[in-house]
Design a protein around this ligand. Structure first.
Ligand code: NAP
Length: 554
């Protein structure tokens, strides 16, 4: 052990992840003068967009919102071609930012963190990787992403499959030739739907293994013309400011109008308009869709009516109708002709509620009623969300306490950023923050800026370590729970509450009060002089102080 420690490289900060959170952290702390090393399991930048190269992958947040606001040069130089950008365009954007800001030189790619251990006496983190690196750092930033740990379904026989097995979340860089093949897709969440609506229109026989039908709304994507781009670029400061005031961290309209405050015809008219307009407009036309079951039921009925009108075979339509949970209590998808796909003769639905999957065989998928032979099987079965990445390696805090122990009953933190017992370890878009419920880039910028201000405060006041105070952390967790309990969100089985993973503690994993309220809570902690945090003065034996520039360059 002592021998390995001898080879440790001392830095000010280790940043884990090259998604949008890790990239922004890398830039921010580099500009502040920190000596940083950034670590990424993938071969390049982009995070989830580096891995998810499946056919039809696309972001269903507006591209204008789903982009950095911290650099005016970047937002002026980059132009989005579509209202909702495709994966290749988002990955190109991530690469553009990495080039423009010269971020890659800080990264160890194709490298996984295997262990991070806090050394109480020396007030630093000892971080090890699967390449044998050892870094010692005063600070550790975990930008590991809420959706970065894909999971296989608990179906026996996956390893036995003799055809081509593909995973949506780990799609091969060399696109596989799927023409003329018999393809099975397991999973009809956001990833599965995008694959189905794309592959269904190609030369193949597509078999969709659907367990829970998801609600989806029309995306109605469109190209962005030059005039629109110019207008956008003129107004970026106002757009970014609006995003920071918005519950979604995007520029989506928000309504204060309860559903039943309007007469039935007017409600219908608004729903028709939202359907025709596309995108997430629907979520912005009434204020109480997630708190009023009757209102939610009526909107769900409206969407089910649209599905029934779209799918020509009434028996098939019936099987595609989502039931048994409130609309929007599972992540709503945006589609382009998803239901129309089922009218095509080469697309076949296997209803796994009626006819459950029994096993994967060497030649296909066997359900109770028989086997479907396949050349290709695609798993679009989701993620061990929010906690999966952080618990995939050993993190040990004060007095040798493992993170897995602290989170045994579910993740807890203050603001999804800091934790009691884990000093100088910060998360961006972590559990108990808004994470995947709002625009991840807006949250990342908020979180990194908040951490940067806190570190500046520590350096000015001679502090060596900081962690969340236990009472503040418990109060935050209570707020997270109470907010979720007051909504319909807990009425659905979803990765939002951990129910997609066997044995995972159940409970809302995110702050559901909206990005704007979350940002206000972050600001309140800072404005109080960080009274909710516990500081420890810098130890004599602690790491050398970060450079003067670290406090000056903001
Ligand atoms: P997901 O929403 O968790 O969907 C997983 C799917 O796999 C579900 O349909 C699930 O069915 C099914 N499944 C799991 N185990 C199964 C089994 N044993 N048998 C049959 N079916 C099984 O995962 P995802 O589609 O990857 O999406 C995850 C999140 O990523 C999204 O909610 C979204 O936040 C993000 N995402 C966004 C976009 C976008 O912006 N457009 C695209 C892709 C992903 P059950 O529901 O019955 O469990």
């Amino acid at each position: 052990m002592a021998e390995v420690e001898m080879r440790a490289r001392r830095v000010d900060m280790v940043i884990v992840g090259a998604g949008f959170g890790g990239m922004y952290a890398t830039w921010k702390f580099r500009e502040m003068g920190f000596d940083i090393v950034s670590i990424e399991a993938g071969g390049d930048v982009g995070g989830v967009w580096y891995w998810n190269r499946y056919p039809g992958a696309r972001c269903d947040l507006l591209s204008v919102d789903y982009s950095y606001g911290f650099s005016d040069e970047i937002q002026q130089e980059w132009s989005w071609s579509e209202q909702f950008a495709s994966q290749p365009e988002i990955l190109a954007y991530a690469n553009f930012v990495a080039d423009r800001l010269d971020l890659r030189k800080h990264y160890c790619f194709d490298t996984r963190v295997t262990n991070a251990r806090w050394d109480d006496a020396r007030q630093l983190w000892v971080v090890r990787t699967d390449r044998g690196d050892v870094f010692e750092a005063r600070f550790c930033i975990m930008s590991t992403g809420p959706l970065s740990m894909p999971t296989d379904p608990d179906i026996p026989g996956i390893a036995r499959f003799g055809g081509t097995l593909l995973r949506a979340a780990k799609w091969p860089h060399q696109a596989p030739d799927l023409a003329g093949k018999r393809i099975g897709v397991i999973g009809t969440g956001s990833s599965g739907m995008q694959i189905i609506q794309t592959l269904g229109r190609t030369d193949c026989q597509l078999f969709v293994f659907q367990r829970t039908p998801s609600f989806t709304l029309p995306m109605r994507n469109r190209a962005l013309d030059d005039a629109y781009q110019d207008e956008l670029k003129r107004n970026y400061p106002a757009i970014r400011a609006a995003c920071r005031q918005n519950p979604t961290g995007g520029a989506r309209p928000v309504s204060t109008r309860p559903f039943f405050s309007l007469p039935a015809e007017h409600r219908r008219e608004l729903m028709e308009q939202a359907w025709a307009h596309g995108g997430h407009t629907f979520l912005g036309i009434f204020s109480d869709l997630m708190t009023n079951q009757q209102a939610n039921d009526q909107v769900a009925d409206f969407v089910r009516e649209k599905i029934s009108q779209t799918v020509t075979d009434p028996r098939l339509a019936e099987r595609l109708l989502p039931r048994g949970y409130p609309i929007f209590a599972r992540r709503p998808c945006l589609d382009t002709g998803y239901y129309e796909t089922y009218n095509l003769p080469n697309v076949h639905l296997v209803d796994c509620l009626e006819d459950p999957i029994v096993e994967i065989t060497q030649t296909g998928v066997r359900t109770r009623s028989g086997e479907t032979e396949l050349d290709v099987l695609i798993l679009a079965t989701g993620y061990d969300a929010l906690t999966g990445a952080m618990l995939s390696f050993e993190i040990t805090g004060r007095e040798g306490r493992p993170l897995a122990g602290k989170w045994a009953d579910g993740p807890c933190s203050l603001l999804g950023i800091v934790m009691e017992g884990f000093p100088n370890l910060f998360m961006t878009t972590g559990p108990n923050g808004p994470a995947a419920l709002a625009n991840i880039i807006t949250i990342s910028e908020n979180d990194v800026d908040w951490i940067a201000d806190l570190i500046t405060h520590m350096n000015r006041t001679g502090q060596g370590a900081v962690e969340a105070g236990l009472p503040a952390e418990e109060a935050w967790m209570e707020r997270v729970r109470a907010l979720a309990d007051n909504t319909l969100l807990m009425k659905a089985k979803t990765w939002w509450v951990g129910s997609n993973i066997k044995g995972k503690p159940q409970g809302m994993l995110m702050f559901t009060g909206g990005f704007h309220k979350y940002r206000e809570a972050c600001e309140a902690v800072a404005a109080s002089g960080y009274g909710d945090l516990v500081f420890e003065a810098r130890a004599e034996t602690g790491p050398a102080h970060t450079p003067e520039a670290a406090t000056a360059a903001q």
